[in-house]
Ligand binder design. Structure first.
Ligand code: ADP
Ligand code: ADP
Length: 225
């Protein structure tokens, strides 16, 4: 598993500088939380890492590869979206199988692999349902399986718990952490919740006004003067 490095990465939308020349080295195989208030540039940063947003300036490196300008499916990253973004007309298993299609995986392999991932998130019994027939928490597990089926080195999560009720949120926190440990890949999780970052992160990166203000282990970040 390779480390992800942001080198003086900037994102501008016209006059608005959403991310201002940030540099950071994400340790490989760790759970990182990108923490900060609304509008500080977290989502823009995550979307640039995912390849869903063009980098205005700077470089993104994964191991020895410069992935700055690669398309999303070829970067070794996968993203789980805030609203899960499942295809409403496709069954659960087809939703999970779909992203492999983009990667050119053979049809018969796709379904088998999708079922393996559904087992990993405890959703194998729901494989033939459509998203409408699932609870929010269940849809989220499917979205997680769909992101992981591409075997990314880095999983990117944008406020993944914000739509869940408090009970489910606490439970999914524990499951995300466990999954990250089991898979041994890097998770980069965007949140505006200090509690969430404390509960989950090996490393916390605090953003404010388009820059990184602080980063380090949770104890370091929260005990700093
Ligand atoms: P966060 O995720 O921390 O809430 P964002 O990265 O979404 O922050 O936004 C950072 C800044 O960039 C905000 O001022 C926001 O309004 C602006 N912004 C985000 N996306 C766009 C866009 N597509 N077009 C113009 N401005 C944007
Ligand atoms: P988040 O809360 O995750 O930061 P937002 O609600 O700010 O997301 O943004 C949702 C979408 O709207 C994103 O695709 C973002 O690029 C776009 N967006 C955000 N701010 C602006 C803006 N000021 N102008 C245009 N698009 C924006």
């Amino acid at each position: 598993v390779s480390a992800l490095e942001l080198v003086s990465v900037t994102k501008a939308y016209g006059e608005t500088v959403a991310v201002n020349a940030i540099t950071h080295n994400f340790a490989s195989g760790s759970y990182s939380c990108l923490l900060g208030p609304s509008g500080c540039g977290k989502s823009s940063t995550l979307r640039m890492i995912a390849g869903h947003e063009v980098v205005t300036e700077g470089d993104i490196l994964l191991g020895s590869a410069n992935i700055t300008d690669l398309p999303p499916a070829k970067r070794g990253t996968a993203m789980m979206f805030q609203n899960y973004a499942l295809f409403p007309h496709l069954s659960v298993v087809d939703n999970v199988a779909f992203s492999q299609k983009m990667q050119g995986v053979e049809r018969k392999t796709r379904r088998a692999r999708a079922m393996e991932l559904l087992e990993l998130v405890h959703m194998e019994a729901y494989s033939e349902r459509v998203p409408d027939q699932l609870s929010g928490g269940q849809q989220q597990r499917v979205a997680l399986a769909r992101a992981l089926v591409t075997e990314p080195q880095i999983l990117l999560l944008d406020e993944p718990l914000s739509a869940l009720d408090p009970f489910l949120r606490t439970r999914m926190r524990a499951e995300l952490k466990k999954l990250q440990r089991e898979l041994g890949i890097s998770f980069i999780h965007v949140t505006h919740s200090q509690d969430e970052a404390l509960a989950l992160a090996d490393d916390i990166i605090v953003m404010n006004n388009a820059v990184i203000e602080q980063s380090g282990a949770p104890q370091q970040v929260f005990n700093a003067p």
